[in-house]
Design a protein around this ligand. Structure first.
Ligand SMILES: *Cc1c(COP(=O)(O)O)cnc(C)c1O
Length: 356
């Protein structure tokens, strides 16, 4: 068991309206912190009041972006208990990201203890309204005071929590996506498979360009040939082509291995669908569309679970998919996955972890 010290607040904040949460706007009363120093390892695990940080402006994270993060949720089940969804997968990915960024790994059982401890302290912040949850944001920053380019020898691991609203307050709405052929998000050998803030900083320009043109997000192509599909916005992407479900394979290291992606593949296999993880050229998708064989397209990620793509724009070719409506595969996945996450359906996979 991770030894955690508790410093709890006396006056708790007023809770926001569970029906008007939005995403990442409200933060709870406490946060988790643990420090790393060379020679000591990770130490001083503590739950403290949510507060500002005081950091030297020369801290490495501000200059060379040695930073990683994770994202998962705690869900309120019908009997009032609170559960996590596959936190082991997030922790495994956290350590893969750490390895790529030369950040010291965290013992997986300590990381799980930390997540459970802070969620248990903040259990009243797990919202009860339909479709809402408590978003959990673990992250690590490099804190050496030093402008030399070198891995830091000190870090802070923190966990903050934010109650978040139902992603689809007005029912699932398919989004419009622009195929981005100029900017790329990741390349083979880079950090695409790692959850690092720097990946997001580089992708903002594509997102902004798409938004200005009236699109929700971009479809990212590979960084070398600009030919193969990587991801959609900050989600993994699936296409249903002539009845077969195709999603880009992870083996080149330029795609983030989503927990939702992995869960969807497992569920589809169990339900007897034909699923292929492989390279998928954008031209193959366009050809399928022209032949009337592009049945569905959708993104997957913790925030939205499933985000159907109703319209895909490649400049000259504008593709309306499934009449701009959610398709049967996306709907099945959404209902099954959210059923397990919110504890409404039996968890045959053993994916949920009870907190309290
Ligand atoms: C976090 C993330 C995803 C989705 O991962 P989940 O574990 O399913 O939430 C997909 N793509 C990118 C770039 C991400 O950062």
């Amino acid at each position: 068991m991770l030894n955690i010290k508790y410093e709890l607040v006396e006056n708790k904040k007023e809770k926001p309206d569970w029906n008007k949460l939005g995403f990442g706007k409200y933060f709870t009363d406490h946060m988790f912190i643990m420090d790393y120093n060379e020679g000591m390892g990770w130490h001083d695990a503590r739950v403290v009041p949510y507060q500002n940080l005081s950091l030297d402006p020369a801290c490495m994270v501000f200059h060379y972006a040695q930073e990683m993060f994770e994202g998962l949720k705690a869900y309120r089940t019908p009997d009032g208990s609170i559960q996590l969804f596959r936190p082991d997968k997030n922790i495994e990915r956290m350590n893969n990201t750490n390895e790529r960024l030369c950040i010291p790994k965290i013992d997986p059982s300590d990381a799980l203890d930390a997540i459970k401890a802070i969620v248990a302290v903040e259990k009243d912040w797990v919202p009860t309204a339909e479709g809402t949850s408590l978003y959990i944001r673990p992250f690590i920053i490099a804190t050496d005071v030093m402008l030399g380019v070198h891995p830091s020898k000190s870090y802070k691991f923190m966990i903050i929590l934010s109650p978040v609203g139902a992603y689809y307050a007005e029912g699932i709405k398919p989004v419009k996506i622009f195929i981005e052929r100029e900017y790329v998000r990741a390349v083979k050998g880079g950090t695409g498979f790692a959850k690092v803030g720097g990946n997001y900083a580089c992708s903002l320009i594509g997102q902004e360009k798409a938004e200005k043109m009236g699109y929700a997000q971009v479809l990212w192509l590979d960084g070398i040939e600009h030919k193969y599909i990587d991801e959609v916005g900050a989600m993994n992407v699936f296409f249903v082509i002539d009845g077969t479900i195709v999603t880009p394979a992870l083996d080149e290291g330029n795609i983030l291995p989503g927990v939702t992606r992995n869960s969807c593949i497992a569920m589809l296999n169990k339900l007897g669908y034909k699923v292929e993880e492989r390279k998928l050229a954008v031209e193959e998708v366009i050809a399928a569309y022209k032949e009337g064989k592009l049945d569905e397209a959708f993104g997957t990620g913790t925030a939205a679970v499933i985000s159907p793509i109703g319209f895909l724009d490649d400049g000259n070719i504008k593709m309306t998919i499934n009449n701009g409506e959610i398709g049967p595969v996306a709907e099945k996945l959404y209902n099954t996955l959210t059923g397990i996450q919110w504890g409404r359906e039996k968890d045959d996979f053993g994916w949920t972890v009870k907190v309290v």
